[in-house]
Design a protein around this ligand. Structure first.
Ligand SMILES: Nc1nc2c(c(=O)[nH]1)N[C@H]1C(S)=C(S)[C@@H](COP(=O)(O)OP(=O)(O)OC[C@H]3O[C@@H](n4cnc5c(=O)[nH]c(N)nc54)[C@H](O)[C@@H]3O)O[C@H]1N2
Ligand SMILES: Nc1nc2c(c(=O)[nH]1)N[C@H]1C(S)=C(S)[C@@H](COP(=O)(O)OP(=O)(O)OC[C@H]3O[C@@H](n4cnc5c(=O)[nH]c(N)nc54)[C@H](O)[C@@H]3O)O[C@H]1N2
Ligand code: SF4
Ligand SMILES: [Mo]
Length: 717
C-alpha cells in the first residue's frame, strides 16, 4: 500500500510554472481541484496545477494524468448496436441507434408499463446532465425508476444529515475552516489517498497545534498522521461513537447550554448510551477503553472540534445509524453550529453533491425537493410546464432496482449513464447475468467498460474537457467547468441525446441541449428549494471561486457556513437520534472467519474504467491485491506476493497477497478498482441500510487460502 509515499505524490506546483491554457477542474473526485488544461504545438494535451481554494496549487497523480484519456485510442466515437443477444456490437448511425432505443422503450412500456424502463445515473455527471436525466425519466419515460451510483456512496451520510440537521450538504462549512479546529476526528476516511491535496488543510491544522484522531480498521496513510488511531473492528462504528459519548458524559464534557438552545431529543440519546461503558465498548470494537476515553477528552476539551465522515462507517447496513451516532457526539459536545466546528461528510465523486440535488435520485426533484411532497411537485411541474399529477411517484432505490432487472413486475429496460456498475455494484456476478438478460440495455459511456460492453446499444459521449457545465464540490461550492476543446466527430453530448430521444418519444416538454440553457432552467427549478441555485448567474460563478448554495438571488453572497445561526429543521434545532449498535448483515463465522472490507488506493479511481486506461497509473498499480496481517497469513502459509484466493458466500477472486501489520488481524482489505476475475464486488453482499438503502460494501465474512495455482507445485513436490 502507498503510505507516506502517498503524500509525496501531492505535487505542489509553484504558480510561476503554470502555463497559459484553459482554467478548469479535475474530472475525478469531489475536491474538484483547480487545474489548467494546456495544448502544446504538436496538439498534445496536458494538465498543470492551478491555485484554487480546495487544492491550493496541488494535484494528485490522477489529476496530473487526466488529459491522457482525451485522445485515448479506445475512446468510443460512434454508436454501437447488437443485432441479437449474445451477438457482437457493431457500429451504427445515430439515427439507427436512437430508433432502436425508442422502439425498445415503446415495446417494453406497452407490455409492462412505464416503470419497466429505468435510468441509472452517476455522481460524475454535471449538474446540468443530472438535472436533464431526472427530467427525462419523469417526463419522457414517465418512470419513477431512476436512481444513481450515489446510492453506493453518499446515501447514508445524506440520510443522517437530513434527519439530524434538516439539510444534507456534505460539508456544511468550507475547507478553509479545517485548520481552525483544535481536534478533528476522521471517521473511516483515508483522504491521504482519496483526496491528497486536502491534506494541506490537515497539515495546517497540525501546525497550529491541532490534534487528529482517525478511526479505521487499517493503519492507513491518513491514520499514520494521527495522534490517536482507533483501529476498530469493521462494523462497530456506532458502538465506538456511543462509547466516546458515554465517556464524555462521565468526564462532564457535555455542553448543556448548546444542547438546550440548539437541539432536541437529548434525554433519550443520553439514556441510550448509558450502557456503552468504555470497557464494554472495548469488547465490542477492539479499541482500548483508555483510547475511547482519550478521544472523548480530545474532542470534548477542545474549544473547536470537527468530525469528518467517510465511506468506512457509511457503506454499511447500519450506515445511517453510524453517521447519526457521530452526529450525536458532535451535538452533545456543542461542537456544531459554530465556526471551525461540526460534523461533515467528505463527498466522493466529482459531482457527488450536485448529483444528489437535482433529480437523479429516486425520490427527488431539483433543488433537493421531494417527489412525494405535493408543494414540491407543483413548484417543479410549473417550471417544466406540466400538470403535477403527471409526475410519477418515487420508484426503487438502486439496489432494489438492480435486483428487479428482468424479474416479473421489475425493470425490463435500463439506460445507464456514467456508471460502471458491473465493477462497482455489490454482488457483481448476479448483476452481470441480470443485465445481459434485459429486454434492452443502453449504456452511455466514454469507453467499452465491463458494463457498457454488455449493453445492446452503446452511445459515445464527450469527456469533461469537451463540454461546459457546473459541478458542486464536497463543500457545496458550485463551480464552472468550461469547454476547452471540441468532442471528436461522431460524439453527441448527453443533453443532445436526451433532447433527441424525448422528442422522438413524443414528449412535448422542452429539453434544452446547450448546458448554459439547461443551467438557466435548473436555477429556476431549484428556486425556493433547499439547494437553491437561483442566484448563481454564470458570470458570478466565473468571477469568484464558485458560490455556495443556497444562493437565492443575484445579490446573495452564497452560504459557505450553513448552520451558524440555525439548523435546517423548521424549529431551527438539530435533532438527536438514539442509536443502538447492531451487527452487520454477515458477521464472520467458522466457515468464513474474517471480515472483508473494500475501498480505494491512490492511483485508481472507482471502477478503474478511466484510470486503468492511463499507462502511468496502471504501471504504478497494475492489479488488485488483498491486504492481510502477518498473523493471519502465517498459519495459512501465505507469504508476501503469493497468489491467494479470497472467498465469500457470493464468489471467489484470486489476488496477490500484501502482508502488512497495518491492518487488523481479523480483517482483509481488497480495493475495488479492477474488473473481471479480480472484481472485489464478486465478493460483497447486497444487504442494505433500511433508511438510506446503501449497500454494505464495507463488510462481509470471508476466508482466504493460498490459491490452487500456487499450491499445485508444492503438492507435486
Ligand atoms: N484514489 C481515489 N480517490 C478517490 C476515489 C477513488 O476511487 N480513488 N473515489 C472518490 C469517491 S467516489 C469516494 S466516495 C471517496 C471515498 O473516500 P474514502 O472514504 O476515504 O475511501 P474508502 O477507501 O472507500 O474508505 C475509507 C476507509 O474506510 C475504512 N473502513 C473499512 N471498513 C470500515 C469500518 O467498518 N469502519 C470504519 N470506520 N472504517 C472502515 C477502510 O479501511 C478505508 O481506509 O474517495 C474519492 N476519491
Ligand atoms: N466494493 C466496493 N464497491 C464500491 C465502493 C467501495 O468502496 N467498495 N464504492 C462505491 C462508491 S463510493 C462509488 S461512488 C461507486 C462508483 O462506481 P461507478 O459508478 O462505477 O463509477 P466510475 O468507475 O467512476 O464509473 C463512471 C463511468 O462513467 C464513464 N463516464 C465518465 N464521465 C462520463 C460522462 O460525463 N458521461 C457518461 N455517460 N459517462 C461518463 C466512465 O468512463 C466510467 O465508465 O462505486 C461504489 N462501489
Ligand atoms: S484530489 Fe481529486 S480532484 Fe484533486 S487531482 Fe486528485 S482526483 Fe482530481
Ligand atoms: Mo463515492
Amino acid at each position: 500500500m502507498a503510505d507516506s509515499a502517498a503524500l509525496d505524490r501531492v505535487i505542489t506546483a509553484p504558480l510561476s510554472s503554470v502555463t497559459a491554457g484553459t482554467a478548469t477542474h479535475c474530472p475525478y473526485c469531489a475536491l474538484q481541484c483547480g487545474m489548467m488544461l494546456n495544448q502544446d504545438r504538436d496538439g498534445a494535451w496536458s494538465v498543470s496545477a492551478r491555485d484554487f481554494p480546495t487544492n491550493k496549487g496541488g494535484l494528485c497523480r490522477k489529476g496530473w494524468t487526466s488529459a491522457a484519456l482525451l485522445d485515448h485510442p479506445e475512446r468510443l466515437t460512434t454508436p454501437l448496436v447488437r443485432d441479437s443477444k449474445g451477438g457482437p456490437l457493431r457500429p451504427a448511425s445515430w439515427d439507427e441507434a436512437l430508433d432502436r432505443i425508442v422502439a425498445g422503450i415503446q415495446r417494453i412500456q406497452s407490455a409492462h408499463g412505464a416503470n419497466a424502463m429505468a435510468v441509472f445515473g452517476g455522481g460524475g455527471l454535471t449538474n446540468e446532465k443530472a438535472y436533464l436525466l431526472g427530467k427525462f425519466a419523469r417526463l419522457a419515460l414517465r418512470t419513477g425508476n431512476i436512481d444513481y451510483n450515489g446510492r453506493f456512496c453518499m446515501a447514508s451520510a445524506a440520510a443522517a444529515g437530513l434527519r439530524a440537521f434538516g439539510v444534507d450538504r456534505g460539508l456544511p462549512f468550507p475547507l478553509e475552516d479545517i485548520p481552525g479546529a483544535e481536534t478533528i476526528l476522521i471517521a473511516g476516511s483515508n483522504p491521504a489517498e482519496t483526496m491528497p491535496p486536502i491534506m494541506q488543510y490537515f497539515e495546517a491544522q497540525r501546525a497550529r497545534g491541532g490534534k487528529l484522531i482517525v478511526s479505521d480498521p487499517r493503519r492507513t496513510a491518513t491514520a499514520k498522521l494521527a495522534d490517536l488511531h482507533l483501529a476498530l473492528t469493521p462494523g462497530t462504528d456506532a458502538a465506538l461513537a456511543n462509547g466516546i459519548l458515554n465517556a464524555a458524559i462521565h468526564a462532564k464534557l457535555i455542553d448543556p447550554i448548546f444542547i438546550d438552545e440548539r437541539t432536541t431529543g437529548w434525554p433519550a440519546t443520553r439514556r441510550s448510551v448509558a450502557s456503552y461503558w468504555p470497557d464494554r465498548v472495548e469488547r465490542l470494537t477492539g479499541v482500548p477503553a483508555r483510547d475511547i476515553e482519550r478521544a472523548a477528552h480530545m474532542l470534548g476539551e477542545a474549544a473547536t472540534a470537527m468530525i469528518l465522515s467517510g465511506r468506512g462507517p457509511e457503506q454499511q447496513s447500519q450506515g445511517t445509524n453510524n453517521a447519526l451516532a457521530f452526529i450525536n457526539l458532535a451535538l452533545a459536545l456543542g461542537q456544531a453550529g459554530r465556526k471551525h466546528c461540526g460534523w461533515g461528510c467528505m463527498t466522493g465523486q466529482g459531482n457527488g453533491q450536485g448529483g444528489r440535488e437535482h433529480g437523479q435520485k429516486n425520490d427527488q426533484l431539483p433543488g433537493y425537493r421531494k417527489l412525494d411532497d405535493p408543494g414540491h411537485r407543483a413548484a417543479v411541474a410549473r417550471v417544466w410546464g406540466v400538470d403535477p399529477d403527471t409526475l410519477p411517484m418515487p420508484g426503487m432505490p438502486a439496489v432494489a432496482m438492480l435486483r428487479s432487472l428482468g424479474q416479473p413486475g421489475g425493470v425490463q429496460g435500463l439506460l445507464v449513464a456514467a456508471s460502471n456498475l458491473v465493477v462497482s455494484a455489490p454482488d457483481a456476478a448476479s448483476l452481470s447475468a441480470r443485465l445481459s438478460g434485459l429486454d434492452m440495455f443502453v449504456a452511455l459511456d466514454l469507453f467499452l467498460t465491463e458494463t457498457s460492453s454488455l449493453a445492446d446499444i452503446v452511445l459515445p459521449v464527450p469527456q469533461w474537457a469537451e463540454e461546459g457545465g457546473t459541478m458542486t464540490n464536497l463543500e457545496g461550492r458550485v463551480i464552472q467547468r468550461v469547454q476547452a476543446r471540441t468532442p471528436p466527430p461522431g460524439v453527441w453530448s448527453e443533453p443532445r441525446i436526451l433532447s433527441e430521444l424525448a422528442s422522438r418519444l413524443g414528449c412535448t416538454a422542452a429539453f434544452p441541449s446547450e448546458p448554459a440553457e439547461v443551467f438557466t432552467e435548473l436555477r429556476r427549478a431549484s428556486a425556493g428549494g433547499v439547494a437553491d441555485y437561483a442566484g448563481m448567474a454564470p458570470d458570478r460563478l466565473a468571477a469568484r471561486d464558485g458560490l455556495f448554495w443556497p444562493c437565492p438571488d443575484e445579490s446573495h453572497p452564497g452560504t459557505p457556513r450553513l448552520f451558524l445561526d440555525r439548523f435546517g429543521h423548521p424549529d431551527g434545532r438539530a435533532r438527536f437520534h438514539p442509536v443502538e449498535r447492531r451487527l452487520s448483515a454477515e458477521e464472520p463465522d467458522d466457515a468464513y472467519p474474517l471480515y472483508l472490507t473494500t475501498g480505494r488506493v491512490l492511483t485508481h479511481y472507482q471502477s478503474g474504467a478511466q484510470t486503468r486506461r492511463v499507462a502511468e497509473l496502471q504501471d504504478a498499480e497494475p492489479a488488485a491485491f488483498v491486504e492481510l496481517h502477518p498473523d493471519a497469513a502465517r498459519p495459512l502459509g501465505i507469504r508476501p506476493g503469493m497468489l491467494v484466493q479470497v472467498s465469500t458466500r457470493r464468489g471467489s477472486v484470486t489476488l496477490a497477497a500484501r502482508v502488512t501489520a497495518d491492518i487488523r488481524r481479523d480483517t482483509l482489505f481488497v480495493p475495488f478498482h479492477w474488473g473481471d476475475a479480480s472484481n472485489a464486488n464478486l465478493l460483497t453482499i447486497d444487504a442494505v441500510d433500511p433508511i438510506s438503502r446503501m449497500p454494505e460494501l464495507k463488510i462481509c465474512a470471508a476466508r482466504i487460502a493460498v490459491a490452487p495455482a500456487e499450491a499445485a507445485p508444492v503438492a507435486a513436490s
